[in-house]
Design a protein around this ligand. Structure first.
Ligand SMILES: [Fe+2]
Length: 187
């Protein structure tokens, strides 16, 4: 399940209902999908796309997407820092940013209707950031994410920068599995 933090008030939402309500208020579509049987870190892009073909077709119909691919980012990815520098500044796109996470982690910041949200995604999370939404993206400490992407038209996905510098005011912090609400008497 994604972790959502209301950055300005430093409040992390941990229950399903508040997370979904908050994302809805900010126009972010969110779903949990079950990781397909037989899909693991070694699966090829084609195996992943085949395993989710029914879900991808349904999303294409719903959102007008025409193509899907698999992005695979790891510490070994050539030019990783240059690639990340394109997306860790506030920007928007002419089309939706749709990601279904197969493995790894990522941190979306959304400059939304209720303020700045940090959405930490993990395997099984489907997120749709609608076109025109101001956002930025960072990896977490594993520096790894594998995700299905959907496009209405690949050229529309070029980042349009706001140059607001708001991204510099918010340290990208991933809480991950280290974030567990304290329960008395348990470790
Ligand atoms: Fe983006």
């Amino acid at each position: 399940m994604a972790l959502v933090t209301l950055v300005e008030v430093e409040k992390t939402l941990t229950d399903d209902e508040s997370i979904r309500e908050c994302l809805q208020q900010n126009g972010i579509e969110y779903e949990r999908w079950i990781i397909a049987r037989g899909i693991d870190a070694d699966s090829t892009a084609d195996e992943i796309l085949n395993a989710y073909s029914a879900e991808i077709d349904e999303l294409k119909t719903r959102g007008g997407y025409v193509t899907a691919d698999v992005i695979d980012v790891s510490p070994q990815t050539p030019g990783l820092d240059e690639m990340l520098a394109k997306f860790n500044r506030e920007h928007w796109h002419d089309e939706d940013e749709v990601r279904f996470v197969i493995s790894g982690h990522g941190l979306f910041h959304i400059n939304g209707a209720t303020g700045v949200l940090a959405i930490e995604v993990e395997a099984g999370d489907l997120i749709r950031v609608p076109r025109g939404t101001k956002h930025w993206f960072n990896l977490c400490s594993d520096r790894r994410i594998r995700a299905i992407r959907l496009f209405q038209e690949k050229s529309g996905w070029t980042p349009q920068y706001t140059d607001s510098d708001i991204d510099r005011k918010h340290e990208p912090v991933c809480l991950g599995t280290t974030y567990l609400p304290q329960v008395a008497g348990h470790r």
